[in-house]
Design a protein around this ligand. Structure first.
Ligand SMILES: Cc1cc2nc3c(=O)[nH]c(=O)nc-3n(C[C@H](O)[C@H](O)[C@H](O)COP(=O)(O)OP(=O)(O)OC[C@H]3O[C@@H](n4cnc5c(N)ncnc54)[C@H](O)[C@@H]3O)c2cc1C
Length: 398
């Protein structure tokens, strides 16, 4: 009987796990089903570009996985029953169920309104393609001189503000920052950011805590009202509530707690990767929601699953950070080099070279989805009876 591997989510991490498993395991021994709500692989790291009016190359999952042994399934996941080992899905034919022996949960995340009044009703988001497309339409219809306020100045907020300001110099773009602009960056990185934002005409409201969003303004903790024809909310990501509704061990925010092989600490037949997982990285710190750590975590998960199913050696790689790659429009960028545990060091690459570097990183991430073993030849191995049994054991050993 074939071992049924079901991967939920065909984003940067789920797609890589599915593709890599299909390369590592004999086709006669496994089925690899990749469930995704959208028919395309979405380059999420470019959604600020999409919102600013650029077109992204379509990447239909059927084409990406043609001939690989991965079976894409277009459906929305609505629930997971880890006791019955089934996934509830809805597709154009209605409700259905998928049974699994090994599950990989990679549903990613969406925007985090943080319960701030008015955000859900009035603000825009770029955490997913539908939101980015709505913002694109809104910006396209916005008259010159109107104000766009981006709230949140993490990597996504910085990229969004710069991209919109560069694409629409006729708009008045502002950024609301809770602390100081880029205060986690090196002095060189911070200075460059200020220079580029100044050049793009972005107004930066530092030490500003936005506590409410209305149709035409944002309000702040210190009682100010900042005019905003459009508010873009980028204060972080929140995971989908599906995992939290299961018996899996999750964090308070709903991320699945995993060990160093990305295996659930409560259910050994379940793995989680990417934004949906809480994995410990260098220095004992949780891995940040990013492709930077999600992609190596996906390699780790796939190799661990394959090793367990085939009686092979578990991967021993540890995940570390090298840099934070920030696009600042199409012509500028900032590559902030970091320690293994993601703290900025002095060195930073700036300017057009940094923009080119970031573009190559984005291209490389999409290439890596279609080339999950990075082009290296891999031998497909046989799933052993013991491996299959161990891979779908019911409870993790204490
Ligand atoms: C604008 C923007 C810029 C970013 N830039 C960077 C960057 O420069 N560097 C970096 O490292 N990170 C960046 N990130 C973060 C990065 O995109 C995420 O951390 C990464 O995509 C997480 O990968 P994932 O596989 O966990 O989730 P995703 O890539 O989000 O994939 C999740 C998949 O699951 C699918 N899905 C979700 N719910 C369901 C459901 N119920 N049923 C079926 N399918 C479902 C989605 O359609 C999607 O295909 C950026 C994010 C954004 C929004």
């Amino acid at each position: 009987m074939q071992h049924r591997i079901v991967v939920l989510g065909a984003g940067y991490t789920g797609a890589v796990v599915a593709g890599r498993l299909a390369k590592r395991l004999r086709r006669e021994d496994v089925t690899v089903t990749l469930v995704n709500a959208e028919p395309d692989f979405v380059e999420r790291v470019r959604l600020h570009q999409l919102a600013a009016g650029q077109d992204l190359r379509p990447r239909p999952l059927r084409e990406v996985f043609a001939g690989t042994g991965v079976e894409p399934r277009l459906a929305k996941v609505t629930g997971v029953d880890v006791d019955r080992r089934t996934v509830a899905v809805t597709d154009e034919d209605g409700d259905g169920e998928l049974a699994y022996d090994t599950l990989v949960y990679a549903l990613g995340s969406g925007w985090d309104t943080q319960g701030v009044p008015g955000v859900a009703e009035h603000a825009h988001e770029i955490a997913g393609r539908p939101g980015a497309l709505r913002l694109r339409e809104r910006l396209a219809g916005l008259d010159a001189g109107r104000t766009v306020v981006v709230v949140g100045a993490g990597l996504t907020g910085l990229e969004a503000a710069a991209e919109i300001a560069e694409a629409r110099p006729d708009l008045d773009v502002a950024l609301a920052v809770r602390g100081g602009l880029g205060d986690w960056l090196s002095p060189k990185g911070r200075e460059h950011l200020r220079k580029v934002f100044g050049r793009l005409g972005i107004t930066v409201h530092e030490h500003t805590d936005v506590t409410g969003v209305e149709a035409d303004r944002v309000t702040t903790a210190d009682g100010r009202a900042v005019p905003a024809a459009v508010t873009v909310w980028t204060t972080g990501f929140a995971v989908h509530p599906i995992a939290k509704a299961t018996a899996l061990e999750v964090t308070g925010t709903g991320q699945i707690v995993v060990d160093g092989t990305m295996r659930s600490v409560s259910h050994p037949d379940v793995y989680a990767v990417g934004d949906a997982a809480m994995a410990t990285g260098p220095g004992g710190r949780p891995l940040r929601m990013s492709c930077a750590s999600g992609t190596p975590a996906a390699w780790q998960a796939a190799d661990a699953i394959a090793a367990r199913l085939t009686g092979g050696k578990l991967p021993a790689a540890s995940i570390r950070y090298f840099n934070q790659c920030i696009s600042l429009g199409r012509k500028e960028g900032l590559i902030q080099y970091v320690t293994a545990d993601d703290r900025a060091v002095r060195a930073a690459l700036t300017g057009r070279l940094a923009a080119v570097y970031k573009e190559l990183v984005c291209k490389g991430a999409a290439w890596g989805v279609a080339n999950p073993t990075l082009g290296l030849p891999v031998r497909r191995r046989r799933v052993t009876r013991e491996g299959a049994a161990a891979g779908s054991a019911v409870k993790a050993p204490a």
